[in-house]
Design a protein around this ligand. Structure first.
Ligand code: SAM
Length: 260
């Protein structure tokens, strides 16, 4: 699926990079859970998201980039009313299978973020976009439009939780894939491929030699906070690797909290 092409120096020259659904091919998605290692990821995150959501009085939440359903499962088990969503049909199939195996009846929609509509989906107390997902949108104006769509699904004062790999650290030459938080699987390694101000390529290599690539836009934490504000959010706080005090040039992942 190609995004609308808007003339901007940020846009990757290769339209294939913007085709996120094609990047999540069947083979790669079938190994996503091996890459994540659900148990280790859950241990690395601890109660971080649950505590933030409970503190904000959240009941109904929308997991906008559910992928194979990791957070939807954790949060449903924690008692939240979860709706899962992803624009990749292969990921949605995988999420449905993961929900079924665990006996969880979690509604799932296969929808691109640009098509999210509260008249069809209702409104929520929180929207989550986790796992470094928004960086699949290369153009700033399109990211702001997506953020506005997220905001349209929130009740007034509702919560947005959105994380990104720490592209500031990565562009400073400090890429580290500690394997402690998001991609914890021991049979896969994550390395960097092409890297510049407009493109960051992650290379996922599995023990049997299989190799997959994700090519995304390296959106910087400060820029993203500005984009959230442009979309009408009040940026509240950022965390590095789930901590409120962190080294902005060392943390692996930055998590942003904002209010509609
Ligand atoms: N949150 C999951 C996790 O942490 O394991 C998946 C993260 S994966 C890096 C990014 C996800 O965002 C993919 O499942 C992809 O299909 C989804 N995605 C990217 N761009 C999207 C868009 N425009 N609309 C809907 N989903 C999108």
């Amino acid at each position: 699926m190609a995004l609308n092409s808007v003339c901007s120096p940020e846009i990757s020259p290769d339209p294939a990079d913007q085709d996120y659904a094609a990047q999540y091919c069947n083979d790669f998605v079938s190994r996503w859970d091996e890459l994540i290692d659900w148990d280790k990821r859950a241990a690395g995150e601890g109660q971080f998201f649950t505590d933030l959501l409970l503190r904000a009085g959240v009941c109904r939440l929308f997991d906008a980039a559910t992928g194979s359903g990791f957070h939807a499962v954790q949060l449903r088990k924690a008692g939240f009313n979860v709706t899962a969503c992803d624009g990749s049909p292969t990921m949605v199939t995988r999420a449905k299978a993961n929900f079924a195996i665990r006996g969880l009846d979690i509604p799932v929609v296969c929808r691109d973020w640009r098509d999210l509509d509260p008249r069809q989906l209702g409104t929520f107390d929180a929207v989550l976009c986790l796992g470094s997902s928004l960086c699949h949108v290369f153009d700033e104006r399109e990211r702001i439009e997506v953020l506005k769509r997220f905001r349209s699904l929130l009740r007034p004062g509702g919560l947005l939780l959105l994380d990104q790999r720490n592209f500031q650290a990565i562009l400073h030459g400090n890429f580290s894939s500690s394997g402690r938080y998001y991609y914890c699987g021991k049979t896969a390694s994550v390395t960097l491929g092409e890297l510049n101000d407009s493109l960051c390529e992650f290379v996922y290599t599995f023990a049997d030699g299989a190799r997959y690539r994700l090519r995304v836009f390296p959106v910087l934490p400060g820029k993203l906070r500005g984009e959230m504000e442009s979309a009408g959010f009040v940026a509240q706080k950022s965390f590095g690797d789930f901590k409120s005090v962190y080294d902005p040039l060392r943390a692996d992942f930055i998590i942003h909290q904002a209010q509609a």
